[in-house]
Ligand binder design. Structure first.
Ligand code: PLP
Ligand code: MN
Length: 341
């Protein structure tokens, strides 16, 4: 199959770009130093490629992701780096031996849920500055003691400095990462265990304090992370078709409309980029853009999303391609099989 044969909108993954991203990260953070986050791509076929370059464990954001990774035979060491109250499906995986599952806890109810659901291993999630999940650093020792008293194995700590990932001033990003990680290491001294988990694509080369980095977006990339200065290649694009084109008039420049919009693009990091055009706006099923060269109805355009994770989660499949343009070969089609809940 050729790219020209695909119905649009379609997610395309450039095989050379994604493989280069995986290889570069694995060279910098080999084996268990990197725990790839699957929420960025929600695709077990891509996770298998990350396992192939040497990473034994994965980070997940949902119970569904943990379940899907276990079903795909990738359950060697799964961290659900999130608070979860309904642990029944996780306990089942632990009991039947299909996965090693560790969950984050930051409260008595999440600790209790782990015990009641049959999860045996936890990390204490520490608030390092992002106002989301995580217990205050000075309370971590208390929670670890409670967890051990309840029979859980406490493997260590995690803390995600997500508010720093895209700080444009890289020196400032590095300085604040150090501050966050000093909080995490202080908590680790109180909690114990081998694991200090944290970081993401935006701090991959400056967070030298964690024992394992939880980066996800680096594999496929997006324009927001490129703008933040990351060296990884834009492997993910959305193929779209021009469905309408209007010539310039006295009071309106020429514009064209592609069949990709809010329902096929994550927009919380801003507008997508259309190759060869300037985006005017997006609506449910449309992106209106000013073409830099004349386009005709039926032409294909390449669209770069601003935020990879929510873009991928809107699609059922992604196509692995080699090369660019309509004649590029479709090597494989991967199900985005970790979607849903
Ligand atoms: N760890 C956690 C807990 C996250 O929520 C995220 C993303 O939001 C990441 C790590 C890193 O992801 P990324 O590499 O896409 O920035
Ligand atoms: Mn994201």
């Amino acid at each position: 199959m050729r790219v020209a044969d695909l119905p649009t909108p379609a997610l395309l993954v450039d095989v050379d770009a994604v493989d280069a991203n995986l290889a570069d990260m694995a060279a910098a953070l080999p084996g268990p130093r990197m725990r790839p986050h699957v929420k960025a791509h929600k695709t077990t076929a891509l996770a298998a490629r990350q396992a192939d370059v040497g990473h034994p464990g994965f980070t997940c954001a949902t119970v569904r992701e943990v379940e899907g990774m276990a079903a795909a035979g990738l359950g060697e060491d799964l961290l659900l780096a999130n608070e979860v109250l309904d642990t029944r499906r996780l306990g089942r995986l632990v009991r039947d031996g299909s996965a090693r599952v560790t969950v984050a806890i930051d409260s008595e109810p999440t600790l209790r849920a782990a015990v009641d659901g049959g999860v045996r291993e936890v990390l204490v999630d520490v608030n390092v500055g992002l106002p989301r999940c995580g217990i205050a650093p000075e309370r971590t020792g208390w929670l670890a003691d409670r967890a051990r008293a309840a029979g859980l194995t406490v493997r260590g700590v995690m803390g995600y400095e997500g508010h720093l990932m895209m700080l444009p001033d890289v020196a400032e990003r590095a300085r604040l990462t150090r501050e966050c990680m000093e909080r995490l290491l202080a908590a680790h001294a109180d909690v114990g265990g081998d694991v200090v988990s944290g970081g993401g694509s935006g701090t991959w080369d400056m967070n030298t304090w964690v024992t394992e980095l939880q980066a996800g977006s680096y594999a496929l990339m997006d324009t927001a992370y490129s703008a933040a200065g990351l060296p990884f290649r834009q492997a993910l694009t959305v193929l779209a078709t021009v469905v309408s084109a209007t010539d310039a008039t006295a009071d309106m420049p020429a514009f064209a409309v592609a069949d990709v919009g809010l329902k096929s693009l994550g927009m919380d990091h801003g507008n997508p980029t259309v190759v060869g055009g300037q985006v005017w706006f997006c609506s449910d099923e449309h992106t209106t853009f000013g073409p830099e060269v004349p386009v005709a109805v039926g032409d294909r355009v390449t669209v770069l999303p601003a935020h990879v994770d929510p873009t991928v989660a809107l699609h059922e499949r992604m196509h692995l391609v080699r090369g660019t343009g309509p004649d590029a070969e479709v090597l494989d089609t991967w199900a985005v099989d970790l979607r849903g809940w």
